[in-house]
Design a protein around this ligand. Structure first.
Ligand code: UGA
Length: 378
């Protein structure tokens, strides 16, 4: 922002974005705001002319007020406004999400700040992305509510998957059947091994902490967090059952370590508790991930890391797909079968179907589909 006409004099004022990390504080799940507050102090020292300070970091309700207070305390003379502008970018799709957002949320309590904000976002607004102006506290809550709602959809469909397995239904058809209802929507209804990453687990916990601070019960979010934790642990039992209940001495080839495709991030990835539990049950774990292995090696040292899906399958008693990387969607199953000791596929992302895999001569176990009785007899 600033003076577009250029000239020798540097523009005064302008816009400063705060986009620092807010990791979970060790011990209590609260968001650690020390980086935000440090940034606020640094900004305060440099303020010159009317400045809009826009917080993009995911911060609990009331943080904008605190940033405001810190700056006002440090620089009582300064002319500024603090705006909350939560981001909804997904890892691995950030540029696309930035250019084509569903909405832009601006929590600004005064008109001057709104005008500057509108000017900054004009190119995206021209692209028809609606800007929703709210109070600052509301914008802060919108961010957590969005992530918590998406996490709830996933936890919900994962529970439906468990039920589908027992009653002989197919969860993917259930997801389609409900998702076609526009009031529900089809997105974030893919059953899997549980959500991970640096956002949903952290933000649901932080939302719960805020609710505790204000003594407001959030039973649904509590249940989502608990259901997701339980689910991640249950995946090892699912794999074990597919192997007939005995894993000691078995070799398992695990495809995908990251919490989702197109990222090297393994934070809170379902692969971590899964591998640890499989090893505890006596299995030897081989693994391949297109980009996540470096990070995984640091926390999962006792895994045999391989350079591709086929070498990973060498001598394995079964393959488990944990992350739906594009390159796992069209595997050559003849080749896989030749290299494996036993043609068993446990597909925790439902990227294949049992009919297709049976044609390849594989025993197949997916998520939320009736478990074939032959898998249990292995
Ligand atoms: C998430 C939100 O989608 C973004 O809008 C938000 O900006 C971001 O958090 C954030 O707060 O910074 P991200 O964590 O990158 O983005 O990943 P998602 O694509 O949302 O996936 C999260 C987890 O849910 C992954 O483990 C994924 O496998 C799982 N998931 C997602 C499912 O199990 N099923 C689904 O249908 C969708």
């Amino acid at each position: 922002m600033g003076d577009r006409r250029g000239g020798a004099r540097p523009p005064r004022g302008g816009v400063v974005f705060i986009a620092v990390g807010t990791p979970s504080r060790r011990g209590d799940g609260h968001a650690d705001l020390s980086y935000v507050y440090t940034a606020a102090r640094e900004i305060a020292a440099a303020l010159d002319g009317f400045t809009v300070i826009i917080t993009k970091s995911t911060v609990p309700v009331g943080t904008g007020d605190e940033v405001d207070r810190i700056i006002r305390e440090t620089r009582p003379d300064a002319d500024f406004a603090v705006v909350s502008n939560p981001e909804f970018l997904r890892e691995g799709a950030a540029i696309q999400d930035f250019k084509h957002p569903d909405r832009i949320v601006a929590g600004a309590d005064e008109d001057r700040a709104r005008n500057v904000f509108a000017e900054i976002y004009r190119p995206l607004y021209l692209n028809k992305a609606p800007i929703l102006y709210t109070s600052r506290r509301t914008a802060e809550l919108i961010k957590y509510a969005a992530n918590a709602f998406l996490a709830t959809k996933i936890a919900f469909i994962n529970e439906m998957a468990d039920l589908a397995e027992e009653v002989g239904a197919d969860v993917q058809d259930v997801a389609r059947g409900i998702g076609l209802d526009n009031r529900i929507g089809s997105k974030f209804l893919h059953a899997g091994p549980g959500f991970g990453g640096s956002c949903f687990p952290k933000d649901t916990r932080a939302l719960l902490q805020t609710a505790h601070d204000y003594e407001v019960p959030l039973r649904i979010i509590e249940a989502v967090i608990a259901a997701n934790d339980i689910r991640k642990r249950a995946m090892a039992r699912k794999v074990s059952a597919a192997f007939g209940g005995a894993l000691r001495g078995k070799t398992i080839a695990l495809l995908g370590l990251t919490f989702k495709p197109n990222t090297d991030d393994i934070r809170e990835a379902p692969s971590i508790p899964l591998i640890t539990a499989l090893q505890d049950m006596g299995a030897l774990v081989r693994a391949f991930d297109p980009v996540g292995m470096e990070h995984a090696k640091a926390i999962l040292p006792d895994v045999v890391y391989c350079d591709g899906p086929y070498s990973c399958a060498d001598g394995a008693d079964g393959v488990v797909i944990v992350t739906e990387w594009e390159q796992f969607r069209a595997l050559d199953f003849n080749l896989m079968k030749q290299r494996m000791a036993c043609p068993l596929l446990v597909d925790l992302r439902n990227i294949y179907s049992s009919d297709e895999m049976e044609r390849h001569g594989f025993l197949y176990v997916g998520i939320g589909r009736k478990v074939p009785s032959h898998a249990l007899r292995l």
